[in-house]
Design a binder for this molecule. Structure first.
Ligand SMILES: NC(=O)c1ccc[n+]([C@@H]2O[C@H](COP(=O)([O-])OP(=O)(O)OC[C@H]3O[C@@H](n4cnc5c(N)ncnc54)[C@H](O)[C@@H]3O)[C@@H](O)[C@H]2O)c1
Length: 251
């Protein structure tokens, strides 16, 4: 292994869903800094365009609702047509709806499952087919500490993220023999728009005290994990869930 170049993504094509803000934006920037062409996929057209333009001439934005099967098919084909190959997919598009379990609305349940769970599968299936055809690829699914522990008022979110680990493991099992590794990253709270919505409050201050490192994560720390898992240094890592939670879930 050439350790000098292990995090170089020159000539690589990386697709990032939810790339227009938060963790996805930070991941898009990290890959572009390491030389990749980044397809910034998001519902938010203007924000996605702004991010893609900030990454340089190789990167482009694509508008897509990851929960819409038809939208995913057409955007995945458009990205493949544009770049002729796809080396990395990061599924970062996601939403959170908070409510006590007994009062969560049907709309909030469906939206969370459709975007976080079905969206992750639709994108992985559509882009995964191109990766299987080319015989190589890395898929990184953004899960959460809520993928393996209970968080109060997060019933739909926890259900969707537990499911993301299930998708990750099955795809990892089916596809690694054909060159496609699939892993997930499970952050604790990251202070993005989504993170603030759930945790920028006294409950968040109490949670911080339970994290051995004593703080929440930075988007760049999640991006660094995504770079590593997508690199040749992680070729033997498959079906794993990388917790970036400061040790919260060990207690
Ligand atoms: N922020 C945290 O504390 C935290 C912690 C653990 C896991 N996560 C996960 O990380 C991922 C990113 O979270 P974030 O904090 O960056 O959120 P964010 O709200 O800052 O960004 C999410 C992005 O996804 C896009 N998006 C939403 N629905 C979409 C859809 N249907 N199709 C396409 N794009 C859509 C949004 O437009 C937005 O740009 C999510 O999957 C989230 O569950 C976040």
């Amino acid at each position: 292994m050439n350790f000098d170049k292990v995090l170089s993504f020159n000539n690589k094509v990386v697709v990032v869903t939810g790339g227009a803000s938060g963790i996805g934006e930070s991941i898009s920037k990290a890959f572009a800094t390491q030389g990749a062409a980044v397809a910034v996929v998001d519902l938010e057209e203007e924000k996605a365009l702004r991010v893609a333009q900030s990454l340089g001439p190789l990167s482009k934005s694509f508008v897509c609702d990851v929960s819409d099967y038809v939208s995913v098919q057409s955007v995945s084909s458009a990205i493949h047509q544009e770049y002729k190959r796809i080396d990395v997919l990061v599924n970062s598009a996601g939403v959170v709806a908070l409510a006590p379990a007994e009062s969560l609305t049907l709309e909030a349940w469906n939206r969370t499952i459709n975007i976080n769970l079905s969206g992750t599968f639709f994108m992985s299936q559509a882009i995964g087919k191109f990766m299987l055809d080319q015989g190589s690829g890395k898929i990184i699914n953004m899960a959460s500490q809520a993928a393996s522990i209970a968080l109060d008022e997060h019933v739909a979110y926890c259900a969707s993220k537990f499911g993301v680990l299930g998708i990750t493991k099955v795809l990892a099992s089916e596809w690694a023999g054909r060159g496609v590794n699939v892993n997930s990253i499970s952050p604790t709270v990251v202070l993005t728009e989504l993170g603030k919505k759930a945790w920028d409050n006294p409950k968040g201050d109490a949670l911080k005290k339970l994290i051995p490192t004593g703080r929440f994560a930075l988007p760049e720390e999640i991006a660094a994990s995504a770079l590593y898992l997508s690199s040749p240094a992680a070729d033997m890592i498959n079906g794993a869930d990388l917790l970036v939670d400061g040790g919260y879930s060990i207690r």
